[in-house]
Ligand binder design. Structure first.
Ligand SMILES: CCCC(=O)SCCNC(=O)CCNC(=O)[C@H](O)C(C)(C)COP(=O)(O)OP(=O)(O)OC[C@H]1O[C@@H](n2cnc3c(N)ncnc32)[C@H](O)[C@@H]1OP(=O)(O)O
Length: 305
C-alpha cells in the first residue's frame, strides 16, 4: 500500500518531469511561432506537391513499421509525404503500447531524399527554410519517440533519405545498400537536422569526410565508423524486414513502460546537461520503481546468472 502511494506520487512527479523535459525541448519540436514558424502555412504549401504516402503499421507485439512509399520516384519525399510523416509521428507519440519502430522504404530501396520536383518549385530561400524547419521538427520528434527505432536501409538512402536514417536510434544495412549525403553535389548542405545528428553518431571528423566528399557509405564503411549497427546478412534467414524485427526484438523484449523508460533515460542523457539528465533519470526511475514489472521480478526472486 505504502509503496503504491509512493509510486503514485512519483508517477505524478514523473509525468510532470517528462512534460518539463519535452517543454524544455519545445514539446519535442525545435521551432514554434516564437521562431516565426507557422506550421499550418507550410503544411498547406507542402500539400500542393502530392504523391506517394507514408504507411504506418502497428503490431500487438509493440513493434511498428513505418514505410516510405513512392516507388516510382525511388521513395523521394513529396510535399504531402512530409505532412504524412508528421501525422504518423503524432500517431506514434500517442501509442502507449509502443516499444520499437522500424523505418523502411518500399520496394527494396530506402529513400532518395526530397522530391526534386517539389524542391524546384520551393526553391526560394524562405520556402526552403520553412520546409527545413517543418522536417527538422518532425525528425526531432521521431528521434525523441519513447521507443527504440531502427532505420532498415536497403538500396539507397540519398540526401534527405540519408538524413532520415540519422533520426533513428540505429541503422541496419542490407548487403549492397548505400547511405550517401549527396547534398554537396546538389549545391546544398543537410537541412533536415542530418548534419547535427551525424556529428553525434560518427564524430565531427567522419562527418566532415562524409559530407565534404559526398562519400558513398557501404555497409562495411558504415560498420567501421559506427554509422551502422549491423549488416543484415543471410539468405534464407527471412526478409530484411523479418531480420530487422528479430534484431530489434532483443532490445524491446519486456513490458512497454520499462522499454519506454529505457529510451527516455538514454534520450535525456544524450540531450541534456548532466545535472538535468540526472534529475530526469530519477523521475523516470520513479515511474518503474514499484511498478508491475518491478513487483513481479521481486516476487519471483529473479537471478541474473
Ligand atoms: C534537404 C534535402 C536534400 C535532398 O534530399 S536533395 C535530393 C537528393 N536526391 C537526389 O538528388 C536523387 C536524384 N536521383 C538519382 O540520383 C537517381 O534517380 C537514383 C536515386 C540514384 C536512382 O537511379 P536509377 O536507378 O538509375 O533510377 P532513375 O534515375 O531512373 O529513377 C527512377 C525514377 O525516380 C525518379 N527519382 C529518383 N529520385 C528522385 C528524387 N529525389 N526526386 C524526384 N524524382 C526522383 C527519377 O526521376 C525517375 O523517374 P522517371 O522514371 O524519370 O519518371
Amino acid at each position: 500500500m505504502v509503496l503504491c502511494a509512493v509510486r503514485q506520487h512519483l508517477l505524478r512527479g514523473s509525468r510532470g518531469a517528462w512534460a518539463r523535459f519535452l517543454q524544455r525541448q519545445s514539446r519535442g519540436c525545435v521551432y514554434s511561432s516564437v521562431h516565426g514558424f507557422q506550421q499550418e502555412e507550410i503544411r498547406e504549401k507542402l500539400q500542393a506537391f502530392p504523391g506517394g504516402s507514408i504507411e504506418l503499421l502497428t503490431q500487438e507485439s509493440g513493434l511498428a513499421v513505418l514505410t516510405i512509399n513512392y516507388p516510382s520516384r525511388m521513395n523521394a519525399f513529396s510535399g504531402s509525404m512530409m505532412v504524412d510523416l508528421e501525422e504518423r509521428v503524432s500517431q506514434l507519440e500517442g501509442w502507449t503500447d509502443g516499444k520499437g519502430l522500424i523505418v523502411q522504404g518500399a520496394s527494396g530501396t530506402f529513400c532518395s531524399g526530397s522530391d526534386l520536383n517539389a524542391v524546384r518549385a520551393l526553391s526560394n530561400p524562405q520556402d526552403g527554410m520553412k520546409m527545413c524547419m517543418f522536417m527538422q521538427n518532425t525528425l526531432t520528434r521521431l528521434l525523441r519517440l519513447p521507443m527504440i527505432s531502427v532505420a532498415l536501409v536497403e538500396g539507397r538512402a540519398l540526401g534527405g533519405g540519408a538524413e532520415l536514417t540519422t533520426a533513428c536510434d540505429f541503422r541496419l544495412m542490407a548487403p549492397g545498400s548505400v547511405i550517401q549525403f549527396v547534398h554537396k553535389h546538389m549545391g546544398l548542405v543537410p537541412g533536415w537536422g542530418g548534419a547535427a545528428r551525424l556529428v553525434r553518431i560518427v564524430g565531427s571528423q567522419n562527418a566532415l569526410k562524409l559530407l565534404g566528399g559526398a562519400v558513398k557509405v557501404d555497409p562495411e564503411l558504415a560498420l567501421q565508423i559506427g554509422l551502422a549497427e549491423e549488416v543484415l546478412q543471410g539468405e534464407g534467414a527471412g526478409t530484411p524486414l523479418q531480420r530487422a524485427e528479430n534484431w530489434l526484438s532483443v532490445y524491446t523484449k519486456g513490458p512497454a513502460p520499462v522499454i519506454q523508460a529505457v529510451k527516455k533515460v538514454v534520450l535525456s542523457g544524450r540531450e541534456l546537461p548532466l545535472s538535468e539528465a540526472l534529475k530526469t533519470e530519477k523521475d523516470v526511475f520513479g515511474t518503474v520503481w514499484g511498478g508491475p514489472a518491478n513487483m513481479q521480478a521481486l516476487a519471483s526472486k529473479s537471478k541474473h546468472r
